[in-house]
Design a protein around this ligand. Structure first.
Ligand code: PEP
Length: 251
C-alpha cells in the first residue's frame, strides 16, 4: 500500500503576507486529514515564514529547486542545506520549467538529486514528455532517458526518500489534463522502467505522482488509477479550498 503524496507547487507566486495567509488557510482546511502526505513548495524568500505557519501540523514544506553543492561561488543558487535551514523537508528537482527554461540536463539533475538526498532532503523528481515528443511517438524513449539518466546510481535506501512526478509538459498550466487512462499508461510504463533498472521491490514501493492541470473535479478519477500515487499541483494549489479538495480526493 503506497501512501499518496499531494504537493502544491506555488511556483514564482505570492509575497510573504499572501503566502502565510494561504499556508494558514491550507492548514485549517486540512485539519484532521490522515492517510495522505501533504507538501507545499513556496518561493525561497517565504520558506521560513510558511514553514512557521505549518509548524506543529502534518504539512511539510519543500523547495522548488536546489543546487548540487553545499555553498560557494554559485550566484543565484541555493543549497539543500539552506533549504533545510529554512524549514524544508523536501525539494522538487527536474521540474519541466527548470528543464526547458533553464536548460537543466539529465546529468545535472542526477547530480542535484544525489546531493539533495545525501543532505537529508526528500525529493520529488519530475519527468515528462512535451507534446511534440508524444505526437512523434518518442514519449517512451524520453521517459526511459529521464528515468535511467536522472535516477542513475540511486540505491534502495535512496529510493525510500524519492517520489517521481510524471508531468506531461503539454498538461502543465494549460488546463488540458491527461486522461486517467493516459496517466495510468505512463505511470505503469515508468514503474516498469524502474523495475528493470532498479528492481521490482523498489518499483513496487515507489510513489509516482501525476502533475498537469490537476483540479478538484478531475483529481479523484486520476488518483483512483492503480499506479497514480498522488499529485503535484500548480495552479489549483494557490487556493486553499481547491488544494484541500484535491487532498481529500486522495484519502
Ligand atoms: C506544476 O507546476 O507542476 C503543475 C502541474 O502545474 P499545473 O497544476 O498548474 O498544471
Amino acid at each position: 500500500m503506497r501512501t499518496p503524496v499531494i504537493a502544491g507547487n506555488w511556483k514564482m507566486n505570492l509575497l510573504r503576507d499572501d503566502a502565510v495567509a494561504l499556508a494558514r488557510d491550507v492548514a485549517s482546511a486540512l485539519d484532521g486529514s490522515t492517510g495522505v502526505e501533504v507538501v507545499v513548495c513556496p518561493v525561497f524568500t517565504v520558506l521560513s515564514s510558511v514553514a512557521e505557519a505549518f509548524a506543529g501540523g502534518s504539512v511539510e514544506v519543500g523547495g522548488q529547486n536546489c543546487y548540487g553543492v553545499e555553498s560557494g561561488a554559485f550566484t543565484g543558487e541555493i543549497s539543500p542545506q539552506m533549504l533545510r535551514d529554512a524549514g524544508c523537508a523536501w525539494t522538487i528537482i527536474g521540474h519541466s520549467e527548470r528543464r526547458q527554461i533553464f536548460n537543466e540536463s539529465d546529468a545535472l539533475l542526477n547530480k542535484k538529486l544525489h546531493f539533495a538526498l545525501a543532505s537529508g532532503l526528500k525529493v520529488m523528481f519530475c519527468i515528462g514528455e512535451t507534446l511534440e515528443e508524444r505526437e512523434s511517438g518518442a514519449m517512451n524513449d524520453v521517459l526511459r532517458r529521464q528515468v535511467i539518466e536522472g535516477l542513475k546510481g540511486l540505491d534502495d535506501t535512496d529510493f525510500t526518500r524519492v517520489v517521481l512526478a510524471y508531468e506531461p509538459v503539454w498538461a502543465i498550466g494549460t488546463g488540458v489534463t491527461a486522461t486517467p487512462e493516459q496517466a495510468e499508461e505512463a505511470h505503469a510504463f515508468t514503474r516498469e522502467l524502474v523495475a528493470e533498472a532498479f528492481g521490482g521491490t523498489v518499483a513496487a514501493d515507489l510513489r509516482i505522482q501525476y502533475g498537469g492541470s490537476v483540479k478538484p473535479d478531475n483529481a479523484a478519477e486520476l488518483l483512483a488509477k492503480e499506479n497514480v500515487d498522488g499529485a503535484l499541483v500548480g495552479g489549483a494549489a494557490l487556493q486553499a479550498d481547491s488544494f484541500a479538495a484535491i487532498v481529500k480526493a486522495a484519502r
